[in-house]
Design a protein around this ligand. Structure first.
Ligand SMILES: [Zn+2]
Length: 232
């Protein structure tokens, strides 16, 4: 058994793993919206065939994180202002339902996982680890979705959260945190107390807070992708 695990560890990454690495890079703002995803450069950096890179890109295109432009190849999506507003509108619809689901379905172990996540977020803030802060902020919302007892909502959130990170990368005022401090803690406290109305109101306030912090007239410069730095 150990041998099989060792072999798996040594194996080249599969398309799904490559797709996950790219998603994480987007979540951590290491991969900018609009970046060109050169298949040959990626094959070199991941040490896999171009076919495998292509499979990963097709997966990412299905959930909207990358876009294929005719004769130009793949690019990290760069949601426009209208799309950004649509994504927030969708999250405003889903997240109150997520809160209701979590209050109904979450057990003690789930609450414990949420609290452990808050500790990780706090630690990242204390260490001023911006990459971790951004990724953990998005993960918090996906963690809640995974506990709401509806796999379709969970799936939607797994698509919407990385796109929200792209929007924040594009339109955020520099050096402001992805999710305002303490708001996640207050949401978890209301969930634990079973106070549905309060938890939903806090979540709606939280989403409005994030959306209002965006500068929806802003634009960001697009640099060449340093794949080795992303994989480091
Ligand atoms: Zn948040």
């Amino acid at each position: 058994m150990r041998k099989i695990m060792e072999q798996q560890k040594l194996a080249k990454p599969q398309a799904a793993q490559i797709a996950e690495t790219i998603t994480n890079a987007v979540m951590e703002h290491r991969l900018a919206p609009g970046s060109k995803l050169s298949e040959s450069r990626m094959a070199e950096a991941f040490k896999v065939s171009r076919t495998k890179i292509n499979q990963a890109l097709v997966m990412l295109a299905e959930n909207g994180l990358v876009k294929k432009l005719p004769n130009r190849g793949y690019f990290v999506s760069s949601p426009g202002v209208a799309e950004a507003k649509e994504i927030f509108a969708m999250r405003n619809l889903l997240e109150p339902a997520i809160i209701r689901g979590v209050i109904t379905h979450a057990n003690k172990a789930d609450i414990k996982r949420l609290k452990a996540h808050l500790v990780a977020e706090k630690l990242a803030r204390e260490q001023s680890n911006r990459r971790a802060i951004i990724r953990l902020s998005g993960d918090f919302h996906m963690l809640l979705a995974s506990m709401c007892g509806n796999r379709y909502i969970d799936k939607q959130m797994a698509e919407l959260c990385p796109l929200t990170c792209l929007i924040i990368a594009l339109y955020d005022v520099p050096n402001t945190p992805a999710c305002p401090e303490d708001e996640h803690d207050n949401i978890v406290a209301a969930i634990e107390a079973g106070d549905e109305a309060k938890a939903i109101a806090l979540m709606q306030h939280h989403l409005a807070h994030i959306e209002n912090a965006l500068n929806l007239d802003g634009a960001s410069d697009i640099d060449e992708v340093d794949w080795e730095a992303i994989l480091r």
